[in-house]
Design a protein around this ligand. Structure first.
Ligand code: SAM
Length: 179
């Protein structure tokens, strides 16, 4: 099966913990198979992700501290495709079918601090989720939703200890035998 990984560039541990954790949780919940934190290791982000994986399942591949630029170069060398989410890119609606049609591995790059020109250059696709500034969490969610055409919202995760039983009111949580 092809890899769909998210690379978070520019994480600043002193201010981005929550947003970066949410980028990883969106990656998992919206169907990506890996989350890579570039250039820095953040134990508290790692623990938050692992806690969700233990309770809610899934086998998201998580790596931290890899050199972002080298990771992209090696991704391309292995015949992978890189999508960089940026408000300056091509409108998602104009390019998503072409991206969907490839069976090659996909690396989706999202930024935190200012993203260097390197990523705009190495990307096969610079993709805008609309041309207004907003958020890496929102951009990733919308991109994956368009990529999977909404099907990712029905994903079931292997090894889940908890599963939600949909309810019009209140909270119904089923504990599986794994718990
Ligand atoms: N100030 C940074 C810069 O100039 O590159 C960007 C900050 S922005 C809050 C963080 C990330 O959100 C961006 O790197 C991009 O990945 C994503 N993002 C924000 N708005 C976007 C949009 N309209 N389309 C695609 N991605 C977007």
């Amino acid at each position: 099966m092809r890899k769909i990984y998210v690379l978070r560039y520019g994480h600043r541990p002193e201010r981005d913990k929550r947003v970066t954790t949410h980028v990883a949780l969106v990656a998992r919940a919206f169907g990506a198979s890996g989350f890579i934190l570039g250039d820095v290791v953040d134990e508290s982000v790692y623990k938050s992700i692992v806690k969700v994986l233990e309770l809610w399942g899934g086998d998201l591949h998580v790596e931290m501290g890899v050199n972002s630029e080298e990771y992209c170069v090696s991704w391309k060398r292995n015949n992978g495709v890189i999508v960089h989410l940026t408000m300056y890119g091509l409108h998602v609606d104009d390019i998503i079918e072409e991206i969907r049609s490839t069976s090659r591995d996909l690396l989706i790059v999202v930024g935190a601090k200012k993203v260097p020109g390197f990523f705009y250059e190495i990307a096969d696709y610079n993709v805008a989720i609309g041309h207004q500034p907003h958020s890496e969490i929102a951009a990733l969610a919308v991109f994956l939703d368009r990529l999977f055409m909404g099907r990712e919202l029905y994903l079931k995760f292997p090894n889940a200890k908890l599963e939600i039983t949909p309810s019009p009111r209140g909270k119904l949580i089923k504990r599986t035998r794994e718990h």
